[in-house]
Design a protein around this ligand. Structure first.
Ligand code: PMP
Length: 365
């Protein structure tokens, strides 16, 4: 730490992202990326855009915002809703940035953030950075979220659905219970993992002005390295988010990400095909792990949280890393018996299972 760092940040513990090793090639199942390449439509859209990098990107990201609005407008209307307009879409440099703007705009010391005690590790970090009161609400012993535990809480609620780390999904009726209980409290539903079996809360936007839905293109749309995330909310809320953005970084999305994101969300066929493939592979992976004596959370995400009675999470993570397979060990005490494994391609999952078998053989498990 330099002697120049402002005292406010001296004790701050930053978020530690999953390893992105550059030294050798691993079977990489540690940061919930898609095992599939970007859609061919994305690669085609990128062609020629790099020649315009001398010019600033469109601060309104209108091509991207338009494509996102069109996609969700169709979904909402197909379920009998009013639809989604472009004014209800806010795009950011990954959903981490979108979430940071949401926290900054709507939370503070007075109205903190209530969130399940096991969840996305960035939420407490944003709170510390931005001076927001962090209110972790304990999850049950099976990691499920008790909706009644949020009764009477005045803080805004931020909830990943399916939840981060566990993949456990809350039905929309539970989200609606949170929304209707107190209309002065925002409910931010972080849907990073909802495309692998869950249902988006976007259809509730017509009825609840205290709802913010946040999604990312990092998991189900093959753009983790493109950094595209977005929020869907009332026009007034997106106006507030734009106020934050234009006070911080107006060109928050670069040219390449804008065209890539627009093409990715428009290619519904590729999205469907790859999301279904990941969901099917998840079930096969759970099955294979179960046969080796693991128990897994009932995940509807593109990862599973798996624990084995004969080996701790850190030990298994290190042993697999040595064999060239990267999974995620999460240092949170409640999660120390487990590893979080991203659902990869069939080949990657087979390689993982083989590596686990070898580890077990070597350790006499
Ligand atoms: N929310 C959750 C629950 C996540 O797990 C992640 C990925 N680490 C994000 C948001 C952020 O995703 P990105 O910034 O890549 O859009």
């Amino acid at each position: 730490m330099s002697r120049f760092l402002d005292g406010r940040y001296a004790a701050m513990k930053p978020y530690v992202p999953g390893e992105q090793p550059q030294d050798k090639k691993y079977v990489k199942l540690n940061t919930n990326e898609s095992p599939f390449p970007p859609s061919p439509a994305v690669l085609a859209a990128l062609k020629g855009e790099e020649e315009k990098l001398n010019l600033y990107s469109d601060p309104t990201a209108s091509v991207l915002v338009g494509a996102i609005a069109a996609h969700f407008d169709r979904i909402v209307k197909s379920k009998g809703g009013k639809g989604i307009s472009e004014k209800q879409v806010f795009a950011g440099n990954g959903s981490d940035e979108v979430l940071a703007f949401v926290f900054q705009a709507f939370c503070g010391k007075g109205r903190g953030v209530a969130t399940p005690s096991v969840g996305y590790g960035f939420y407490p970090v944003f709170c510390e950075l931005l001076g927001i009161r962090y209110n972790p609400v304990p999850v049950k012993s099976d990691f499920s979220v008790g909706i009644r535990d949020y009764e009477g809480i005045k803080d805004n609620i931020v909830i990943a659905n399916p939840n981060a780390q566990t993949g456990i999904y809350l039905p929309l009726s539970d989200i609606e219970t949170l929304l209707s209980a107190d209309k002065d409290r925002l409910v931010v539903v972080d849907e990073a993992y909802c495309d692998f079996g869950g249902e988006s809360a976007v259809t509730l936007l017509d009825r609840y002005e205290n709802l913010i839905v946040v999604q990312t293109m990092s998991k189900s749309r093959q753009l983790a390295g493109g950094r595209v995330g977005f929020a869907l909310a009332s026009e007034e809320i997106t106006e507030d988010l734009n106020k934050m953005k234009y006070s911080f970084n107006p060109y928050n999305l670069n040219r390449l990400s804008i065209v890539a994101g627009a093409a990715a969300i428009a290619d519904e066929e590729y999205f469907e095909k790859t999301s279904v493939a990941v969901a099917n592979e998840r079930e096969r992976l759970k099955d294979s792990l179960g046969k080796l004596g693991f128990s897994c959370t009932p995940s509807l995400a593109n990862f599973v949280l798996a624990g084995h009675p004969a080996i701790g999470g850190r030990e298994l993570y290190l042993a697999l890393k040595e064999k060239g397979v990267l999974v995620r060990f999460l240092s949170d005490a409640a999660l120390s018996p487990y590893v979080r494994i991203t659902v990869g391609s069939a080949e990657q999952c087979d390689a993982l299972i083989e590596a686990i078998k070898q580890v077990f053989k070597e350790k006499g498990i």
